[in-house]
Write a protein that binds this ligand. Structure first.
Ligand code: ZN
Length: 144
């Protein structure tokens, strides 16, 4: 069984055997690791590709540097990323750097987390969320 994953570094689509997820699978184009144990800063273009293609849940933290609660949640988000290991990937998108993000994803407030998989939004939650709750929520979304 193989799954599709977008490289969060260069945006290349990759197809890898599911059992190699934990084995340091690398992008065929840029050679970077597809699975990381911490959130990766991504561009809107990469998000657009990944949300359509990825077979593994992609959890995105929509944030901005001026947003105090976003900065508070950053470490919680990172803890949740390492807790979930290979069951999901975590990314951060700077809404200030990509202003069109707000209307594309109907964002009314940040911090906002949205989980995507295979072209579908699995769920979203707004406000500061502790690591344990993020992990539970993503785990439940991934099974849905
Ligand atoms: Zn790559």
């Amino acid at each position: 069984m193989s799954i599709k994953l977008t490289c969060l570094t260069c945006g290349q689509g990759n197809r890898i055997p599911e059992d190699r997820l934990g084995g340091g699978a690398k992008c065929g184009t840029c050679g970077d690791r597809l699975m990381k144990d911490k959130p990766v800063e991504i561009s809107l273009d990469i998000l657009k590709k990944a949300e359509r293609l990825d077979d593994l849940p992609l959890v995105v933290d929509f944030w901005a540097s001026w947003c105090g609660p976003c900065r508070m949640m950053g470490p919680e988000f990172a803890k949740a990323a390492s807790a979930l290991g290979n069951r999901a990937r975590f990314a951060k998108l700077d809404t200030e750097a990509y202003p069109e993000t707000g209307s594309r994803y109907s964002i009314r407030g940040i911090p906002l987390l949205i989980a995507f998989r295979s072209g579908r939004e699995l769920g979203r939650r707004t406000g500061v969320t502790p690591a344990g709750e993020i992990a539970d929520w993503v785990g439940a979304s991934a099974r849905a």
